[in-house]
Design a protein around this ligand. Structure first.
Ligand code: ATP
Ligand code: MG
Length: 416
């Protein structure tokens, strides 16, 4: 079974956006064992899109077209597929109703243009879209198939995972399903992680294990298992997860949709505590991550962005002579705890670059933590990369220190 990807959009050709959808689709197809030999990008032009579809279809069993399902005149995917199928478009009342209800839910009126999104090539099946207005399409062309999905990444991903891949697998006759799980880690480098689990990666093809370095999301290990049914695949994944966890231990901070910040807030809530931050080089990034977690208000109280040394001294009561120091980080955390009235406060101070400070090199970061009246500590870490990466890594490292402290495990101070 072979499936190619056709990304539609002039903005892709002009370099205004990057075809991340194509990359994601390629990864998904490889994972389920469907060959993909060509990814094509074409502008919003009907003859050229039709030509691209025809020439791909001559070689392949299936095409996933992404983009061009919107309501405007330059969204041509529906028309092009109808032309390739050699059928007309039918306006479906049930889809018009769905679109109208999406609009009224947002308190807006549906424009006449939006009804175009209810046009379906005769003979095609619809993939319902509960995240947006444009439905996806499954369009048989002889014994081959064209799938159309929206360009908006999260809508596209939901449809591909929920409808396109299962349909492709059904057509390919492989009676297999895939289950995957993502273990998120922090505390060792990608190469260090790869070394730790090299034996398990080499030992097998099912499940497969892949690494993804995701910046502020940590370094992830994805386990993907194939089975004849969900249950079989799930058992394989769980068995592998257990084996990996035995090796990785406490550097695993979250699974799948969980994040470092959701993990930290859960631990804080479990103890009935509250959390605040004092931030220098991150400028509120830690607070912003925490505030993005649904229900954060139950335990996250706020943040003091004490960027300038004077603010550290006046607002947080820092007396340390050097601001790039453990002493300053501890005083910032204690000050934040006092000013914000929270049980736990984490604080960061350090050198994001481009220039060194107080004789300390770029990437030097001190994280302070105050838990209750009595306990305060600081760790010094050295982070690689440029200014933005240092700020992101500081954010996840600070949250990781809170996690480790709450779980009673040692801080990780290694150079990453
Ligand atoms: P809409 O209803 O929003 O018009 P659409 O299905 O017509 O959706 P496009 O108009 O092609 O899709 O793209 C909508 C947005 O989705 C783009 O502005 C872009 O941000 C994103 N997008 C489109 N194609 C891609 C792609 N190949 N990779 C990453 N992002 C994409
Ligand atoms: Mg569009």
């Amino acid at each position: 079974m072979r499936c190619e990807v056709l990304a539609v959009g002039t903005e892709l050709l002009l370099g205004q956006i990057v075809d991340t959808n194509g990359a994601w689709l390629g990864e998904q197809l490889a994972q389920v064992g469907i060959d993909s030999y060509e990814h094509v990008i074409v502008g919003d032009n009907q003859p050229r899109i039709v030509e691209a579809m025809r020439s791909l279809l001559a070689k392949t069993d299936a095409i996933i077209v992404c983009g061009g399902l919107g309501p405007t005149q330059d969204d041509l995917t529906r028309e092009c597929i109808a032309e390739v199928m050699n059928v007309g478009l039918e306006r479906r009342d049930d889809i018009v109703e769905h679109i109208a209800s999406m609009f009224s839910a947002r308190g807006r009126d549906m424009s006449e243009n939006n009804k175009r999104q209810a046009d379906v090539p005769r003979g095609a099946d619809v993939i319902w879209n509960d995240r947006g207005t444009a439905p996806g399409l499954i369009c048989p062309v002889g014994h081959k198939v064209i799938y159309a999905v929206p360009g908006v990444p999260h809508e596209m991903m939901a449809m591909v995972a929920g409808a396109v891949l299962p349909d492709l697998l059904r057509r390919s006759g492989t009676k297999s399903t895939l289950v995957s799980r993502m273990l998120k880690t922090w505390g060792t480098s990608e190469s260090g992680l790869a070394e730790m689990i090299a034996d398990r990666v080499d030992a097998q093809t099912n499940p497969t294990i892949a690494f993804l370095a995701r910046g502020i999301e940590g370094i992830c290990v994805r386990i993907t298992a194939k089975g004849t049914d969900d249950e079989e695949a799930r058992v394989l994944v769980e068995h592998e997860e257990q084996a990996l966890r035995e090796i990785l231990g406490d550097i695993v901070f979250a699974v799948d949709d969980e994040t470092m910040e959701s993990t930290v807030l859960r631990l804080i809530v479990e103890r009935g505590w509250t959390l605040g931050t004092a931030e220098s080089l991150t400028g509120g990034m830690i607070a912003s991550r925490l505030a993005a977690v649904p229900g954060a208000g139950d335990s996250f109280v706020g943040s003091i962005v004490s960027y300038d040394a004077e603010v550290k001294r006046k607002v947080l009561g820092v007396t340390a002579e050097r601001v790039i120091s453990d002493e300053c980080a501890v005083q910032m955390a204690q000050g934040a705890r006092r000013v914000l009235g929270c049980d736990v406060a984490v604080a960061v101070t350090g050198v994001a670059g481009p220039d060194e400070m107080e004789g300390q090199p770029v990437g030097t970061v001190h994280i302070g933590l105050a838990v209750g009246e009595e306990q305060a500590e600081a760790v010094k870490i050295r982070l690689p990369g440029g200014r933005e990466q240092i700020r992101q890594f500081t954010t996840i490292s600070a949250l990781d220190l809170v996690r480790r402290r709450l779980l009673g495990i040692a801080a990780s101070t290694g150079v990453r």
